[in-house]
Every structure is written in structure tokens, then in C-alpha cells.
Design a protein around this ligand. Structure first.
Ligand SMILES: *Cc1c(COP(=O)(O)O)cnc(C)c1O
Length: 381
């Protein structure tokens, strides 16, 4: 039954939304570290909350269902989740990674995993030939963020998944921007999906969390081993907050996108705006692909204003839209990635990728769109 439900229904009914003990319609927060055992070490399924906690398990099951995967694992942050996934591999292994990945993922790969002898080729994964050319006999996985942050380039997940299968490596997709509500990478052939659940899944800018879902039970068990062995687990309170957030993912994503579509189009008409990056605009280079592989375009927009001064002026004068990093909260957030989220990129690399200090990233919230327009108009004046 649950397999065939539409996404908005599935956000609420994943099959384990009722607590087994008292039929509570909200899974309780099991604020506990350890569990009774009998003398033979038998338990009711839990022995210590690093290896398993009923609240975290409920979240992990619910989210695995939403991503159409076999197994979910919840972590203390998106980066804890991404780190645990990369630890599945070894010194000498090679990865192909989107060249405009989240700044923290870039930092992890370039500053930490590089010390352990793992090597990475950063390529434009929206160019299938570039991915093809970068895969070598040591390549263990391709890691794709689509759309990319903050340039909004879209990669062809179906084609990259087929390529990975052919070349014997795994496909990992960071699905933070789209969420399972719009995009299901595992159904397109990916092996692992990672999330910063801090963003749309939590949805209220009140929790930091990460999730991993795998296409197979075997991979899920390996990720679970990393979770237990390295210990970056999500606590019960935050697991509960995340489950509460996910219940309303459908309505929130619909509204985020409705606002983003309207604003992206409207921004192109402003004289102070030079270019708008949004996959939902017909002018976006991968608009057709975005339409085919996802059921929506999401709530993230990037745009270039005419000068860095105009960007600073606008950001310092906005009243409803908050200047803050992060994204995906119900409230609108805005930032200049070159100075904030992507400050860990070398200046040369930022230039090459087109992330200038007049590029603004806008996480469109669920406010009334007319109020958002009015705020931008007054801030630009
Ligand atoms: C925020 C973010 C991350 C990192 O997640 P944290 O929860 O901040 O650790 C990874 N990928 C993307 C796309 C993000 O936006």
C-alpha cells in the first residue's frame, strides 16, 4: 500500500508513523542511552543509543521510505553523513565530484580525505563527457549535487547512473536542494542519497541533521557500521524535530516552488539584475532535463546583480528576507556565497566557477510573494 502513495501522503504515512507501545500518533522522544538486557545479552532490539535508538529508528525508516531506499541512517549533520559515506572507501581510492559542491563537502574532500590518500577529480557533472573522462580504474564513486549550489547547474542522474554501472563505481547524490518531494535519485539509478536535513527536511531553521539512504540493504548496513563506529549519530530530540518537519514537507515545497518560480521570472525584469539562475526558467540551459528527472524545480534561486556594491546595498537593507547562510527554512534567507558559504574555495576557483561577489543566493521562503517582491524593491531603491 505505502509503495504507491503520492509523495505528500507519504510524508505523513510511511508505515511506521504510529508508536508501537501506546498507538501514539507522534513517535515519542526516547531520551535514553542504554536498555535492559537479560543475562544472555538479549534485548528488545536496542542496547545502546549510539548503535540504535527507537526515535532515530523511526526517522530512519520513514525517510528511507520517502527516498525509495532500503535503509536510512541519521547523522548529527549533513557533513557527518557525507563523511561517513566517504569512509566506506580506502586510501588510494578516487572519486569524481561535482565542481560546484557545497563548500563544506569541498573542504572535507580537499583538506581531510586528501590527507588519507583519497583523491578527487572535481568536474562539471552537468557535462556527461567530463564525468566519463574523469573516471579511472581507481574510481570508486561519483558524487553529484544537482542542482549545484549556488550555480544551479543540473546533472543528468539517469545517464550518470548508467555510466557508473558500466564502469563499476557507485553514484552518490546530495539531494538536499530538491528533497525526495521533487527528486528521487534512487529511482533514477543512484546507489546512495545524502542530505543535509538541516535545510528543507527540518524546514524551520531549528535543527542540524544529516541523512543517508541506500538502494540496497547491504550498503545500508555498511553505512550503519560507520555510524556506529565513528559515532556521528543524531540525538532523539533532533530526530523527533526532523520527523515533525518532514510531515509538512509536501505543502512547504509546493509553496517554496510557487514563490521561487514567480520571483525568478520577476527578477529577470529588474534593471539591477543581470542574470537569474533557476532551473524552472525556460532560459536555463538544462531546463528540459530538470523537467524530466524531477517533478519540480525547488525553491533556490541565484542571481547576479550589476555590481558587488548593489549586492551589499540590497542585503544590508532587506527587512523581511534575512541575511543568513543556510537554506530551506520556512523563512526567506539570502547571502552572497563567495563571502559566506563558499569562502573556503580559493579565489581563483571561485572566479573559474563564476561565483562572484555580485552573485546572490536566495532561499525563497513561504511568505506571501508580494511581500518578498516589495522587500527587494525597497532594498534596491
Ligand atoms: C548544508 C549543506 C550540506 C552540509 O550539511 P550540514 O547539515 O550543514 O552539515 C551539504 N550539502 C548541501 C547541498 C548543503 O546545502
Amino acid at each position: 500500500m505505502h509503495e504507491n502513495l503520492k509523495k505528500d501522503t507519504l510524508c505523513l504515512h510511511t508505515g511506521n508513523e504510529v508508536d508501537g507501545q501506546f498507538d501514539a500518533l507522534s513517535i515519542p522522544i526516547y531520551q535514553v542511552s542504554t536498555y535492559l538486557q537479560d543475562v544472555n545479552g538479549n534485548t528488545k532490539g536496542y542496547e545502546y543509543s549510539r548503535s540504535g535508538n527507537p526515535t532515530r529508528s523511526a526517522l530512519e525508516h520513514a525517510f528511507a521510505a520517502l527516498e525509495h531506499g532500503q535503509r536510512g541512517n541519521a547523522f548529527a549533520s549533513g557533513l557527518a553523513a557525507i563523511s561517513a559515506v566517504f569512509m566506506l572507501w580506502n586510501s588510494g581510492d578516487h572519486f569524481v565530484v561535482s565542481n560546484v559542491v557545497y563548500g563544506g563537502t569541498y573542504r572535507l574532500l580537499s583538506k581531510i580525505l586528501s590527507r588519507m590518500g583519497m583523491t578527487v577529480s572535481f568536474v562539471d557533472t552537468s557535462d556527461l563527457n567530463a564525468v566519463k573522462a574523469a573516471i579511472n580504474p581507481h574510481t570508486k564513486a561519483v558524487f553529484v549535487e544537482t542542482p549545484t549550489n549556488p550555480m544551479m547547474a543540473v546533472s543528468d542522474l539517469r545517464a550518470i547512473a548508467a555510466l557508473c554501472r558500466e564502469r563499476g563505481c557507485k553514484l552518490i547524490v546530495d539531494n538536499t536542494f530538491m528533497t525526495p518531494y521533487w527528486q528521487s535519485p534512487l529511482l533514477l539509478g543512484a546507489d546512495i542519497v545524502v542530505h543535509s536535513a538541516t535545510k528543507y527536511l527540518g524546514g524551520h531553521s531549528d535543527v542540524v541533521a544529516g541523512l543517508v539512504v541506500t538502494a540496497t540493504e547491504e550498503l545500508g548496513e555498511q553505512v550503519h557500521f560507520m555510524q556506529k563506529a565513528m559515532g556521528g549519530i543524531l540525538g532523539p530530540q533532533d530526530s523527533w524535530l526532523l520527523m515533525r518537519g518532514i510531515k509538512t514537507l509536501g505543502v512547504r515545497m509546493e509553496k517554496h516552488e510557487q514563490n521561487a518560480r514567480a520571483l525568478a521570472q520577476w527578477l529577470t525584469t529588474l534593471p539591477q539584475v543581470e542574470k537569474v539562475y533557476y532551473p524552472g526558467l525556460p532560459s536555463h540551459p538544462q531546463h528540459q532535463l530538470a523537467k524530466e528527472q524531477a517533478s519540480g524545480f525547488g525553491g533556490m534561486i541565484s542571481f547576479e546583480v550589476v555590481s558587488p556594491q548593489v549586492a551589499d546595498h540590497m542585503l544590508s537593507r532587506l527587512q523581511i528576507i534575512s541575511l543568513a547562510i543556510s537554506l530551506g527554512g520556512a523563512e526567506s534567507l539570502i547571502c552572497v556565497p563567495a563571502k559566506t558559504t563558499h569562502a573556503s574555495f580559493e579565489p581563483e576557483l571561485l572566479r573559474k566557477l563564476g561565483i562572484s561577489d555580485r552573485l546572490v543566493r536566495f532561499s525563497v521562503g513561504i511568505e506571501n510573494v508580494e511581500d518578498l517582491k516589495a522587500d527587494i524593491v525597497q532594498a534596491l531603491s
